[in-house]
Design a protein around this ligand. Structure first.
Ligand SMILES: Cc1cc2nc3c(=O)[nH]c(=O)nc-3n(C[C@H](O)[C@H](O)[C@H](O)COP(=O)(O)OP(=O)(O)OC[C@H]3O[C@@H](n4cnc5c(N)ncnc54)[C@H](O)[C@@H]3O)c2cc1C
Ligand SMILES: NC(=O)c1ccc[n+]([C@@H]2O[C@H](COP(=O)([O-])OP(=O)(O)OC[C@H]3O[C@@H](n4cnc5c(N)ncnc54)[C@H](OP(=O)(O)O)[C@@H]3O)[C@@H](O)[C@H]2O)c1
Length: 459
C-alpha cells in the first residue's frame, strides 16, 4: 500500500503525525510520500514576502502577512497530543503571532522525525485514477530541476488548503482607480498605509483583520464595505462600515447608501475559491466556503471515490485539532481499523450531516456543529479526547471579547482545555506591539513593553 499526501501544511503534517503515531505504537503503516511545493512545511503559516508567482513561477500559496497574529485563541486549536506547555515549556499568551504558531506546529513533526517523508519544492501537477487497477497515478514536478515523475499510489490525501486562490469581484469603473487595488491574498503589510485612506471590501475575517492592521499601522481612515451584513464591532475613530460599493470614479467609491468617499488603496477581502488544478473534475471538490462541503463522507472521504480523501476542506472554526481528528480518522480507514461503509450508507451519513448543516441559524450553532463533527471523528480513533463543551465555551467567550473590544481582544487570556494552564498575559498590548518576532515574543518583559494591564480572569 502506498499513500500520497498532497501538501505539508497543518493538514498534511497532521496526517504524517497520525501515521507516525501508529507506527510508534507498533502498527504496520503504509509507505507514504508527502508532496510539498514550497521549500518548507507549514502551509499558510510558512510566510513569504513574495506575491503573485514564486521563484519557480508557481502561484504563491500563502495569504498570510508579516504582522499576522492568531485571530482565535490558541486554546481552541491546541493539539491534544502535543500541548503548548510541552513545546514552550511555560505558559504563553492566548493569541500568538504567526512565527510562534509556526514554531509550535513544526515542533511536533520535527519531534516525530517525519521530515524524511516530504518531497519539498515538488508540486503535484496531475492525479489520475485507473478504475481497473484501483490506483492513482500522481505526476509531480521537482521545481528546481524541472524533472517530472509519475508514480502510482493506492490512496491519495489532498491537504492543499482552500485559502490561496482569490475570489476577485469586478466593480464598475474600478479600472479608473489610480491607487493600489489588490486581493487580501497579496497583502503583506500595512506600513505603507500610514496616513492614507483604505477601503476594504468584505465583512469577514480578512476585512476585519486587514482593516485593524491598517488602523494599527496609522492609516488615516479605514472603511469596510459589506455586501450582506456589517461586522458590527465598535470600531475606533477613523474606522467605519458602509454598504457595498456600487461603482468607482477615479479614486472615489460610491456606496449603496448614496454616500461616496475618496480612497488611496483598495483591498478585496472577498474570500477564496476551492480550486484543485491537479485534479480532474470527477475528483475535485467544488464548494462554497462552508462547514460541510457536499460530497465528503465524514467531511473527509470523497464519496465518488473513497480512495481519495480531503483534509481541512471545511471553513474553519477549529483548525489544528480538527485536522488531527480528520487525519487520525483517515489513517484508520486506510489501515482498515475503521470499516469503509458502502456508498449508500456513506450517503445516508452525509445526508444526516447536511440536514444538520442546513438547520444552522446562528454563529453558536455553527461552532457547535463543527466541534461535534470533530468529536465524532475523535471518538472513532485513539486521538486523545478533550472537553468539547469547554472548547465551545471558549469560542463564545472569544466572540464576546471581540464585541467588547475589537482592538483589544488579543490581550485576553483563556485556560487550556488540554492542560488547565492559564495563558500568560503578553508583555505588550497587541495594538502597541510592532515587532512580531518569536524572539521578542518570548523575551522577558522588554524595557519598552507597553503593559497589557492587569491579567484578566481566564474564561
Ligand atoms: C490569511 C489567513 C490567516 C489565517 N489565520 C489563522 C489563524 O489565526 N488561526 C487559525 O487557526 N487558522 C488560520 N487560518 C486558517 C488556515 O487555513 C489553517 O490554519 C491552516 O493553515 C490550514 O492548513 P492546511 O494544511 O489545510 O492548508 P494550508 O495551510 O493552505 O497548506 C496547504 C499546503 O499545500 C501545499 N500545496 C498546495 N498545492 C500543492 C500542489 N499542487 N502540490 C504540492 N503541494 C501543494 C501548499 O504549498 C501548502 O504548504 C488562516 C488562513 C488565512 C488564509
Ligand atoms: N489570523 C487572522 O487574523 C486572519 C486574518 C485573515 C483571514 N483569516 C482566515 O482566513 C480565512 C478566510 O477568510 P476571508 O475573510 O478571507 O474569507 P471568507 O471568510 O470566506 O469571507 C469572504 C467575504 O467576502 C465577501 N464577499 C465575497 N464576494 C463578494 C463580493 N462580490 N462583493 C462583496 N463582498 C464579497 C463575503 O461577503 P458575504 O457575507 O456577503 O458573502 C465575506 O464577507 C478564514 O479562515 C479566516 O479565519 C485569519
Amino acid at each position: 500500500m502506498r499513500v500520497a499526501i498532497i501538501g505539508a501544511g497543518p493538514s498534511g503534517m497532521a496526517q504524517m503525525r497520525a501515521f507516525e503515531a501508529a507506527s510508534r505504537a507498533g502498527e504496520e503503516i503504509p509507505e507514504f510520500v508527502c508532496f510539498e511545493k514550497q521549500s518548507d512545511w507549514g502551509g499558510q503559516w510558512n510566510y513569504t514576502w513574495r506575491t503573485g508567482l514564486d521563484e519557480h513561477g508557481e502561484p504563491v500559496h500563502s495569504s498570510m502577512y508579516r504582522n499576522l497574529w492568531s485571530n482565535g485563541p490558541k486554546e481552541v486549536l491546541e493539539f491534544a497530543d502535543y500541548t503548548f506547555d510541552e513545546h514552550f515549556g511555560r505558559p504563553i499568551s492566548s493569541y500568538p503571532p504567526r512565527p510562534v504558531l509556526w514554531d509550535y506546529i513544526s515542533g511536533r513533526v520535527e519531534k516525530s522525525g517525519v521530515r524524511q517523508h516530504v518531497r519539498f519544492s515538488t508540486v503535484v501537477r496531475w492525479v489520475d485514477y485507473d478504475d481497473a487497477a484501483e490506483q492513482f497515478t500522481v505526476t509531480s514536478e521537482d521545481l528546481p530541476s524541472g524533472t517530472t515523475t509519475s508514480e502510482t499510489f493506492d490512496r491519495v490525501i489532498v491537504g492543499v488548503g482552500h485559502f490561496s486562490f482569490p475570489r476577485m469581484p469586478d466593480f464598475d469603473g474600478i479600472e479608473t482607480f489610480p491607487g493600489r487595488v489588490m486581493h487580501a491574498h497579496d497583502f503583506r503589510g500595512a506600513e505603507d498605509l500610514a496616513g492614507r485612506d483604505l477601503l476594504v471590501i468584505g465583512s469577514s475575517y480578512s476585512a476585519e483583520d486587514i482593516g485593524s492592521q491598517a488602523h494599527k499601522m496609522g492609516a488615516r481612515s479605514v472603511t469596510a464595505s459589506y455586501r450582506t451584513a456589517p461586522m458590527g464591532y465598535e470600531w475606533p475613530d477613523g474606522f467605519e462600515e458602509k454598504p457595498l460599493v456600487l461603482r468607482f470614479e477615479g479614486s472615489t467609491a460610491h456606496f449603496a447608501d448614496g454616500t461616496s468617499r475618496e480612497f488611496d488603496a483598495v483591498v478585496m477581502c472577498t474570500g477564496y475559491l476551492h480550486k484543485y488544478p491537479f485534479l480532474p473534475d470527477d475528483l475535485a471538490l467544488d464548494s462554497p466556503n462552508n462547514v460541510y462541503p457536499a460530497g465528503l463522507y465524514k467531511g473527509v472521504v470523497w464519496q465518488r471515490n473513497p480512495h481519495l480523501f480531503y483534509l481541512g476542506a471545511q471553513d474553519q472554526w477549529l483548525t489544528f485539532n480538527m485536522f488531527d481528528a480528520q487525519a487520525w480518522f483517515v489513517r484508520d480507514l486506510i489501515l482498515g481499523k475503521i470499516e469503509m461503509p458502502p456508498a449508500e450508507e456513506r450517503q445516508a451519513d452525509i445526508d444526516t450531516w447536511l440536514a444538520r448543516f442546513e438547520a444552522i441559524e446562528t454563529v453558536a450553532d455553527e461552532v457547535r456543529f463543527q466541534v461535534e463533527y470533530t468529536g465524532e471523528l475523535i471518538e472513532a480513533t485513539d486521538y486523545p479526547m478533550f472537553d468539547l463543551e469547554e472548547v465551545i465555551e471558549i469560542f463564545l467567550a472569544w466572540k464576546r471579547d471581540k464585541k467588547d473590544d475589537i482592538m483589544g481582544y488579543r490581550d485576553r487570556t483563556y485556560r487550556s482545555v488540554m492542560t488547565g494552564t492559564i495563558a500568560a498575559t503578553h508583555h505588550t498590548r497587541w495594538v502597541d506591539e510592532l515587532d512580531d518576532s518569536i524572539a521578542r515574543y518570548l523575551a522577558p518583559v522588554p524595557t519598552d513593553a507597553v503593559g497589557a494591564g492587569a491579567p484578566r480572569a481566564p474564561r
